[in-house]
Design a protein. Structure first.
Length: 155
């Protein structure tokens, strides 16, 4: 049986860690002149099949780890692979005053978040993981406005 409280705590820890990266990268972008010719940095502002595939794979791996009880290890990997690079790029571009590139990196981050969510839901569906209580089942029937909106905007 999966302990979803541990998964929730791992998500909270990941969000706190992400906030620290963003603040640090924003300061670096404001203080240090960034190299706008850097292919690695510019790749974090472009959505492509490779970035979507990476986010889908990391979302599926994370969902499998949560379903098997190894949540904290692979949640960190998912965050490091799919969410950290565009988050840091957003902050570095914004700190350097490159708001167009920061917006493009934000779109990549948004696409990655949606892809991770879709892959996770698909893995849970395929593994037959369903909400246990009536309250959880009612919440699962109607996705939140943000989830619906993000999925529709993505497609």
């Amino acid at each position: 049986m999966t302990n979803f409280a541990d998964a929730d705590q791992a998500g909270v820890d990941a969000a706190k860690s992400c906030a620290r990266w963003v603040v640090t990268a924003l300061a670096i972008g404001a203080i240090v002149e960034i190299n706008l010719d850097s292919k690695e940095l510019l790749d974090r502002s472009q959505i492509g099949i490779d970035s979507i595939a990476l986010a889908l794979a990391s979302g599926a791996a994370t969902a499998l780890s949560v379903a098997t009880g190894l949540s904290s290890a692979l949640v960190g990997v998912m965050v490091a692979v799919a969410l950290r690079p565009p988050s840091v790029a957003i902050a570095m571009f914004a700190g350097a005053g490159e708001f167009g590139l920061a917006g493009r990196a934000a779109l990549l981050l948004f696409a990655n978040i949606v892809s991770v969510g879709i892959a996770s839901q698909l893995v849970f569906l395929l593994r037959g993981i369903r909400p246990r209580t009536w309250h959880e089942q009612e919440n699962a029937k109607s996705p939140s406005g943000l989830t619906s909106l993000s999925g529709e905007a993505f497609f």
